[in-house]
Write a new protein. Structure first.
Length: 255
């Protein structure tokens, strides 16, 4: 839309028309989408299919994204992901989402820390659908968009780097399970492979059990922060999302 405006000067009337159409059209679109996935049901608070979790579960596999023109999957930068997906809610602050560039709305979110925000954006959080509804985004792409939006709201996050040519050449789509195994075998195995330095050994249910009593996410958070002989992220220098994948791979083997 902004390109069209730049090319041909527009009358104020036409501009107001477009702005009004956007203001009215976007919420109507969202209501229609929600209705579609709830089978046109009336919104009853007690209806189990109307919980945020239920709505997110229905919306997630469909996605709103049209990302084809912004680079191969896996390689898209935070700005491109934001402009193609997240903007549909965060651009205007729809549905209670923190508005892009609004430091007041982002301050309290930013103080949760990058890892938590990435997790919420990846897995969903209340009315925030998992990956903003674009299931085709990789975890790293979501993390980049979180960094891009967070920084616009006053944070100093480092946007996870876009993978090298190798990733892009294979189509760019990195299966988190494959990536997690790779990182485990390159980094975590040094201690967790044998249980060196008191590390819970790979595949050892008894060693992992007590660490997982508060859930995998709690254990992964401890791993990111570091604990005792476990250095922050196990010394891994990549993104939190990648560490997350490696930890999930280990935890999966101990279940
Ligand atoms: C369908 C609307 C919608 C889309 C699309 C959307 N969001 Fe959100 N987002 C929300 C809402 C609503 C909240 C506030 C949830 C709450 O605090 O209860 C939110 C909150 C967030 C938060 C803060 C979470 C926290 O812990 O406070 C992050 C980070 C975020 N979104 C990232 C993203 C990213 C990245 C994208 C694009 C990939 C995206 N969102 C797309 C609606 C959306
Ligand atoms: C230098 C050795 C070392 C490396 C390398 C290492 N870890 Fe650890 N890790 C430990 C030790 C020791 C503990 C137990 C810490 C404790 O309980 O005091 C641990 C604990 C953990 C925990 C459980 C945290 C808890 O207590 O709930 C997770 C998750 C974890 N590591 C993930 C990883 C991942 C993922 C990697 C690779 C990216 C990795 N670690 C690499 C030594 C290591």
């Amino acid at each position: 839309m902004s390109e069209a405006q730049a090319e041909s000067p527009m009358s104020a009337k036409a501009l107001i028309g477009i702005v009004l159409a956007a203001i009215i059209g976007i919420p109507v679109f969202i209501i229609l989408v929600v209705k579609l996935f709830t089978g046109g049901m009336a919104i009853e608070p007690g209806n189990p299919s109307m919980t945020n979790e239920a709505i997110v579960a229905r919306v997630q596999p469909v996605g709103f994204a049209k990302l084809d023109d912004s680079g191969p999957p896996g390689s898209r930068a935070g700005k491109a992901v934001y402009e193609n997906v997240c903007i549909s809610c965060h651009g205007a602050g729809l549905a209670g989402s923190p508005k892009f560039g609004d430091a007041g709305a982002w301050g309290a979110r930013i103080s949760k820390g990058f890892a938590t925000l990435v997790e919420h954006a990846t897995k969903g959080f209340n009315a925030m659908p998992a990956k903003g509804g674009a299931a085709d985004l990789t975890d790293d792409e979501v993390a980049r968009a979180v960094a891009y939006m967070g920084n616009a709201g006053g944070a100093k996050f480092t946007e996870p780097a876009v993978q090298g040519a190798a990733g892009a050449a294979t189509g760019g789509k990195v299966d988190p399970a494959v990536k997690g195994k790779e990182i485990y075998e390159a980094v975590c195995v040094a201690c967790h492979g044998t249980g060196a330095a008191g590390a819970p050994k790979f595949g050892d249910k008894a060693a992992w059990g007590p660490r997982l009593k508060d859930g995998a996410e709690a254990a992964i958070k401890i791993g990111i922060a570091g604990k005792g002989a476990m250095p922050p992220k196990g010394g891994y220098s990549g993104s939190d999302a990648e560490f997350h994948a490696a930890a999930e791979y280990m935890i999966g083997a101990a279940k």
